[in-house]
Design a protein around this ligand. Sequence first.
Ligand code: ADP
Ligand code: MG
Length: 211
Amino acid sequence: MTIDAADLKRMFDAIAVAIEADRDRLCQLDGVIGDADHGIAMALGFGAVRDALASLDLAAIEPTALLNTAAKSFLNAVGASSGPLYATAFMRAAAAVKGKATLADADFIALFQAMAQGIKDRGKAEPGEKTMVDAWQPAAEAAAAASIAGKTLAESLDAALAAAESGAEATKEMIAAKGRSSRLGERSLGHMDPGAASAVTVIDAISKSLS
Ligand code: ADP
Ligand code: MG
């Protein structure tokens, strides 16, 4: 499969729809261990990305420019911590496919890994600290492993989704060490991290839109 700017736009549109549908649950999860705005932040961010991409000339734009547009609009729209985290993810994705007019399966896997690495670098969070990294990092590793093993992009993204789901589930047993919820210490135990939950929604939408 070959992915072009129009496919990436459809992917962002799919993420915006999925996040909008999940908005209240994400706010509820954030209400338990944070400040209850995570669904609003993510919906604002991906809504702004959708609006910005709608005005692009998809026949003329390369994936890198589209992804940088996504980064800028997400950052400008979101004041919460998820703003710079996802903006960095999209900027790193842009850099990972620089100069390519279309993306082969392996290019998209590299883009996906760059997103996860960008989130990790920007937030300086390690796995086990109860953040979105606990979903994104295992997802990126699973996608890369599946791809190296010769699986198709659809199969690799399926593997990423499964890994993100177990990663998000595992945050229930973690004590928050980064971000707002770290102030709760042990009281954060037993609750899923909202950023890890939204990562599953994002990865599910990516997987569905490219399969
Ligand atoms: P805020 O905490 O500013 O209200 P959001 O509610 O939008 O921001 O996002 C909260 C989520 O951001 C958390 O659930 C967590 O997954 C993620 N997060 C916070 N800090 C970090 C960090 N340093 N590294 C990675 N992810 C983080
Ligand atoms: Mg919040």
